[in-house]
Design a protein around this ligand. Structure first.
Ligand code: SF4
Ligand code: FES
Length: 203
């Protein structure tokens, strides 16, 4: 199949079928902020920060660019008044959980996000899933996963696997946009991985 042509921020870009709008933007050096995207991992679409405006046959919609497929003739805007407003709100919601995370603090400056807009609920993990997906898809160990749902959702190390592999790997640590992963690992290690430790873990 031939190349697809469309527009991002006034620039004509080309893509092959199957590429996402985010991939095409990056290929052409156009910046879209992301928190849960990693080029080695399957698109996740979790954080919503990569939202962009898409005009398609006269209709305007707001889509998550890391999962939205490139299509011929669409017009993409990576910044607009509404896109910026949506990103600001997304950041404010995330900062209720992790107000001091450096990546969030930097992005908050760009979008004028107020870290105190929503009631503080410092769970620190923003559920980006990078650690979980990296361990499953790249390291192929499945040493870490999500447990529970909704507001109780949290990451959890699988003690038998983590005790065997994590100490020599730790490749997921630098991916975490908050400081939570490393802290959770240290705590889980203290509680569960040591020979004297208990076999269940409640972080
Ligand atoms: S611990 Fe960090 S990398 Fe893992 S899901 Fe939470 S924020 Fe993302
Ligand atoms: S980077 Fe697209 S939703 Fe997180």
């Amino acid at each position: 199949m031939g190349d697809i042509q469309f527009e991002i921020d006034g620039q004509t870009v080309t893509a092959v079928p199957g590429m996402t709008v985010l991939e095409v933007a990056r290929k052409h050096g156009i910046y879209i902020p992301t928190l849960c995207h990693h080029e080695k991992l399957e698109p996740f679409g979790g954080c919503r920060l990569c939202i962009v405006e898409v005009e398609d046959r006269g209709w305007t919609k707001y889509v998550v660019s890391c999962v939205f497929p490139a299509a011929g003739g669409i017009i993409v805007r990576t910044r607009s008044e509404k896109v910026d407003r949506l990103r600001k709100t997304i950041l404010e919601l995330l900062m209720a959980h992790a107000p001091d995370a450096p990546q969030l603090v930097e992005l908050a400056k760009v979008y004028g996000a107020d870290p105190n807009r929503y009631e503080s609920d410092p769970s620190f993990c923003i559920h980006c899933g990078l650690c979980v997906r990296y361990c499953a898809e790249v390291a192929r160990k499945n040493a870490i996963g999500f447990v529970d749902r909704g507001i109780n959702k949290e990451i959890s190390f699988v003690p038998e696997i983590a005790a065997q592999y994590c100490n020599d790997c730790k490749e997921c640590f630098p991916l975490c946009p908050t400081s939570y992963l490393q802290a959770a690992y240290v705590l889980a290690q203290a509680l569960s991985f040591s020979e004297q430790g208990v076999q269940t873990m409640n972080t």
